[in-house]
Design a protein around this ligand. Structure first.
Ligand code: ZN
Length: 141
């Protein structure tokens, strides 16, 4: 699949639609499904996800569920990714998601991340220092 950034953004926003419909029936689900993520892999496949957000900080970002969908299909290499609110505002990935994308596959350092206002950066630019390469002591067992 050849998908441009505008289409990828549309898929991220579309991922939120059903979740937001359900969320509006629940007082405690203010931010459930409020963010959607869409990614395209090196094989050209598209995967989407939504955030899960409930009280006590339990839940995960939209990027996490998109990555889970990708891994379910046996893929790990992401060519491009975007996360956006239900209204279409592009959100750069949080630090946890940046680390997740990297740990899923080191090749994802070359992933193009949509940052908003038409800007993109590679994951390598967003994660300039790699803690794993500094961590040379084995864990005590
Ligand atoms: Zn995140």
């Amino acid at each position: 699949m050849d998908i441009d950034e505008a289409d990828l953004l549309k898929h991220a926003v579309a991922a939120t639609v059903k979740a937001r419909q359900v969320a509006q029936t629940r007082k405690d689900w203010e931010f459930m499904g409020y963010v959607g993520a869409a990614l395209v892999t090196d094989r050209g496949n598209l995967y989407t996800g939504i955030n899960v957000s409930v009280y006590c900080g339990i839940g995960f970002c939209a990027e996490h569920s998109a990555v889970a969908e990708m891994i379910k299909q046996g893929e790990t290499k992401i060519r491009k990714i975007v996360a956006a609110t239900a209204q279409g505002a592009v959100l750069p990935p949080c630090g946890r998601c940046r680390e997740l994308l990297y740990q899923v596959d080191e090749a994802n350092l070359d992933t193009v991340v949509m940052m908003g206002n038409g800007a993109t950066q590679t994951l390598k630019e967003l994660l300039p220092h790699n803690w794993q390469k500094q961590f040379d002591k084995p864990l005590a067992r």
